[in-house]
Design a binder for this molecule. Structure first.
Ligand code: ZN
Ligand code: ZN
Length: 626
């Protein structure tokens, strides 16, 4: 029996095979020595992973140590499992972990780093740092006497532990040491350091490390791009991608393409997304479940749910994330029935839904006002699937109930929640109170929101509008003065539109765009045509302290209108216009865009912070329910 050298940890067959093998043979390492290709890091990784998974942490660490004795350089896959073993070891022995360590007959660099990473993993940063100091003491004079010394591999292992707990302070402490010892120039150390800072959200330092790297490999490029994409900085992510293309020497891989697809999804860059899809097909990566899922997500978020479905149907292997992406995709387009169909199909295929799947299911119900289904799944997720409803599930349910007019039920649900309600939950109730003009509950929710997020202007505006609807002008004035005194400024709305492969950004009343004069001129023409078609500006979305004429002007220059106009001006008749808005689209823009779609005979798709609106022939797919 010989394990092929091409077998890697990514091959699911291998670990299962190993498990059976191991369960009948107690002396694992002996067997390992006999059969596995010892020069192959992947084989070692599989063995370490399997041992760690089966809970035999000591054997896993021993395997790691043997691997290092053979002068094999561990790769990225080696560390997570080794660290897992260390943490498990720490858990098993808890307060006596240290004793075990002290009793080790011979402590080497592996046992030291294992112990340190174990502490970091269990969030005992203080102990980890003091142990690290002891390690330095034992190392003494560069390890000449003790034979124990810190190398880059040890540093990579410590830093990957830091990236797992996303603790900036701990990362910084080790970073200082790295500089002192001159480990910064080591590529894998620098990559892991970049990853650790990225994980705790320190993008500036991550970028600095990236910029100062003397050499970069695909891991460096991929991490930098992924960090930007995951934090919603799509333009930066794409810039890194273009930089990588310019570099020329590197072949990108599945990780690269997934990160680019994520950036496309965020910014609605459909054309680029399609090019990446072509590239995926060219590289035969379509069957990679990770990439395939990113493609589904990209098409859904770029407004092409049909294309997403076709890609989904072609996927040979689907995991829970792929199914969930499709459930969520239909949901955000208001196609709740199809969303639930996919969800049932997923269960029939034997894939167990997870926490996120249920968020997507409840969001789909809320976008379509399916109250009964919502209640059903909120109960079932716990009863049948053993998943406790979390804050996101409650947020969807409160939104669903509230907008459907069941305000008291929504309030009761919040009061009975096992988790502390957050801004999303109270914000959903407040927005529903505005729709249904319930001042009493609106005030209760607003008070909670002011406590939780005192600087967010949006809640004050919502409450103020609620008062205005009820004709309580004194309260409106009180809110206005409060906002003025506290210098609360409404976050600027902006919209994105992709034209000829380039994404254009528009702000409210934007005069920065080089073509702004033509855009305003075109909007004037449109506005005449719209008024002929029966358009009356709805000014209720504007704070009530501006007079009627001002209100109309403010509305006309909302960023989504500018983006729509620019899109129409720069595409051939018949082309679908696709716009992304960072806030919820206001009721006036909603009505206006529906009419624009009619007068110019175009399909206009708007993705706001909440959902998709497909406008066609004067109507919206949301049925004015958003
Ligand atoms: Zn608007
Ligand atoms: Zn709509």
């Amino acid at each position: 029996m010989r394990i092929s050298t091409s077998t890697s940890i990514l091959n699911p067959v291998f670990p299962i095979f190993l498990k059976q093998w191991f369960s009948t043979n107690p002396n694992l390492i002996t067997l390992f020595n006999k059969y596995v290709d010892k020069t192959n890091v992947s084989s070692w990784n599989s063995v370490i992973a399997e041992l760690a998974r089966s809970g035999d942490s000591i054997e896993a660490l021993r395997a790691f140590s043997s691997m290092r004795k053979l002068s094999l350089k561990p790769d990225r896959s080696t560390f997570p499992c080794t660290i897992k073993s260390c943490s498990a070891l720490l858990d098993l022995t808890s307060g006596n972990a240290r004793k075990l360590f002290n009793e080790l007959p011979k402590r080497n660099v592996v046992s030291w780093t294992s112990m340190i990473t174990g502490y970091i993993q269990n969030e005992h940063a203080h102990e980890a740092l003091s142990l690290f100091k002891e390690f330095l003491m034992e190392e003494g004079d560069g390890g000449r006497e003790s034979g124990v010394f810190i190398d880059s591999i040890a540093m990579v292992s410590v830093l990957s532990a830091c990236s797992h707990i996303s603790q900036n302070r701990t990362t910084k402490a080790f970073h200082g040491f790295l500089i002192k010892r001159g480990f910064e120039g080591d590529l894998s150390v620098a990559n892991t350091l970049l990853g650790a800072y990225a994980k705790c959200g320190d993008l500036t330092i991550a970028r600095k490390i990236f910029d100062e790297m003397p050499e970069r490999d695909i891991v460096s490029w991929n991490s930098m791009m992924a960090v930007y994409a995951q934090n919603g900085l799509s333009a930066e992510a794409l810039n890194v991608f273009y930089g990588m293309l310019k570099d020329g020497d590197l072949n990108f891989d599945a990780v690269t393409l997934s990160a680019v697809l994520l950036a496309c999804a965020h910014s609605g860059a459909l054309q680029l997304g399609k090019c990446i899809h072509d590239q995926v097909i060219k590289m035969s990566l379509e069957d990679n479940v990770f990439v395939g899922t990113s493609i589904i997500d990209m098409y859904c978020k770029c407004g092409r749910v049909g294309m997403a479905r076709r890609a989904f149907d072609r996927m040979k292997e689907k995991n829970v994330k792929s199914w969930t992406a499709m459930v969520a995709g239909y949901g955000m387009h208001g196609r709740a029935r199809e969303s639930l169909e996919v969800f049932y199909e997923m269960q029939r295929a034997g894939v167990k839904p997870n926490y996120i799947t249920f968020v997507s299911v409840l969001a789909a119900c809320s976008h379509a006002g399916l109250v009964e289904e919502g209640w059903h799944w909120l109960k079932t997720m716990n009863q049948d699937f053993n998943i406790d409803p979390g804050i996101e599930h409650y947020g969807c349910m409160v939104d669903l109930l509230g907008r459907a007019g069941y305000l008291d039920e929504a309030y009761e649900l919040i009061k009975g929640m096992k988790v502390k309600p957050d801004c999303v939950v109270w914000g959903a109730l407040l927005a529903a109170c505005r729709i249904h003009k319930n001042v009493k509950l609106g005030e209760i929710s607003a008070r909670k929101l002011f406590e939780l997020d005192p600087d967010n202007c949006g809640y004050y505006v919502l409450l103020s509008n609620l008062y205005a609807d009820a004709g309580r002008w004194e309260d409106v004035e009180r809110m206005r003065i409060f906002m003025k005194n506290h210098r609360l400024i409404k976050p600027p709305g902006f919209s994105l539109v992709e034209v000829k492969g380039r994404v254009h950004v528009f702000l409210v009343g934007d005069k920065e765009h080089p073509k702004h004069e033509e855009i305003y001129g075109y909007l004037e023409i449109l506005s005449v045509k719209m008024k002929e078609a029966g358009y009356v500006p709805d000014t209720t979305s504007v704070l009530h302290d501006v007079d009627q004429e001002d209100k109309e002007t403010v509305l006309r220059v909302h960023s989504e209108k500018l983006a729509v106009a620019f899109g129409i001006m720069n595409t051939v008749p018949g082309t679908t216009i696709q716009v992304i808005k960072n806030l919820r689209v206001c009721s006036d823009c909603h009505a206006a865009i529906a009419l624009i779609a009619k007068v110019v005979n175009r399909e206009i798709v708007v993705r706001d912070s909440y959902r998709f609106h497909h406008f066609k022939d004067g109507l919206c797919s949301c049925g004015d329910y958003w």
